[in-house]
Design a protein around this ligand. Structure first.
Ligand SMILES: Cc1cc2nc3c(=O)[nH]c(=O)nc-3n(C[C@H](O)[C@H](O)[C@H](O)COP(=O)(O)O)c2cc1C
Length: 136
């Protein structure tokens, strides 16, 4: 069984490209080693993240993320045991302030990222987030 965890949080201040790269690098390294997959999307001043993997490592990772000063008001939206992963890998998408958007809209970025997600509600959580943050 795996633990699936989805949370939303608020950026302390807009992230610059170096910080995006740093989060991406640390996450790829740690999540890869721990067998954690999922998605991180930054839109407007919010993060939405899905973490999935063995419960103990997901809990440990979430605890570490929760103490990160780059964001606050971390609110868990979903926490459940599941027999299947929704993402084959770990990925990240950014829109605001210089973060590797290549002219694509947040909706387009998120649409590409949620491609592998079969769970309709989970997918809607991410596409809805993109819509709300694009309108904000
Ligand atoms: C919104 C957000 C999401 C993050 N997601 C992850 C993640 O999925 N995995 C991870 O290891 N670190 C993540 N981090 C970074 C951690 O908070 C922490 O800086 C990092 O795990 C430290 O790794 P290190 O000790 O290997 O340098 C995230 C940080 C933020 C602000």
């Amino acid at each position: 069984m795996y633990l699936r965890l989805v949370y939303i949080s608020t950026m302390r201040r807009p992230l610059d490209e170096a910080e995006c790269t740093q989060i991406l690098a640390a996450s790829r390294r740690n999540n890869g080693a721990d067998g954690i997959t999922g998605l991180l999307v930054a839109g407007g001043n919010r993060f939405l993240q899905l973490l999935e993997g063995p419960a103990a490592v997901v809990e440990r990772c979430f605890h570490r993320i929760g103490r990160d000063p780059r964001h606050f008001a971390v609110v868990t939206l979903d926490r459940r045991e599941t027999s299947e992963r929704q993402c084959p890998d770990w990925a990240m998408g950014f829109l605001p302030g210089g973060c590797a958007a290549d002219g694509a809209s947040l909706g387009e970025i998120v649409e590409a990222l949620v491609g592998p997600i079969a769970d309709k509600n989970l997918k809607a959580q991410f596409t809805g987030f993109a819509q709300i943050q694009s309108a904000a």
